[in-house]
Design a protein around this ligand. Structure first.
Ligand code: URA
Length: 208
């Protein structure tokens, strides 16, 4: 069974079209990243475990469900930061852990420059957030770090993926489900997804 989940929700498709438009300005771009991240996370978290909890309504006591698993959000810097707010709206008590990787422009390989994870894992599920699954190098390296930390359940949530990035992540970590809004044609020689949306970091932070 494939672990690739491509959203077919009309709202996701509509918002993604506006996001791709080169004339969409940073304020709107940021809002769309947040909104699409929320919608994708809704789909990606449908298998989170729950446990019983007693609740007293104004009329009676009843048995309800609450989330059993503690969730960690791991945005890949810097473009993944824009997805955090949206996911937090759904899972307000999620922990956010930062792992800093940059992509070496020559080798296109990830280099780790920031990691303050405590010795023992504090969460049981991690959602890796990155709008663009391009070469997959940063995603693979981030999963490596999280597995070494001891996290068993890891999912990747992104907006647009290249076939090359999907292949790379699936080859190294076939157990990590990949949730995206779209799979595009290819990577260009500079590691950008085509047609894609350009540089997701620059377009969010106005640095392009
Ligand atoms: N990162 C981006 O921001 N855009 C791409 O197309 C690829 C990687």
């Amino acid at each position: 069974m494939s672990n690739l989940f491509i959203s077919n929700h009309p709202l996701v498709a509509h918002k993604l079209s506006i996001l791709r438009d080169k004339d969409t300005e940073p304020k709107k771009f940021r809002a769309l990243i947040r909104e699409i991240a929320t919608l994708l996370t809704y789909e990606a978290t449908s298998d989170l475990l729950t446990q019983d909890v007693e609740v007293t309504t104004p009329l009676a006591q009843m048995r309800c469900l609450e989330l059993k698993e503690k969730v960690g959000l791991v945005p890949i810097l810097r473009a993944g930061l824009g997805m955090v707010e949206g996911v937090w709206e759904l899972i307000p008590n999620a922990e956010v852990w930062h792992i800093g990787l940059y992509r070496d422009e020559k080798t296109l390989k990830p280099v780790e420059y920031y990691n303050k994870l405590p010795l023992e894992p504090t969460v049981s599920v991690c959602l890796i957030l990155d709008p663009m699954l391009a070469t997959g190098g940063s995603a693979v390296a981030t999963v490596d770090v999280l597995k070494n930390w001891g996290v068993k359940k890891i999912k990747f949530v992104g907006l647009i993926a290249a076939p090359e990035g999907i292949q790379n992540l699936q080859n190294h970590h076939p157990d990590v489900p990949i949730h995206v809004a779209a799979v595009d044609d290819r990577l260009n020689e500079r590691g950008y997804i085509v047609p894609g949306l350009g540089d997701a970091g620059d377009r969010q932070f106005g640095t392009g």
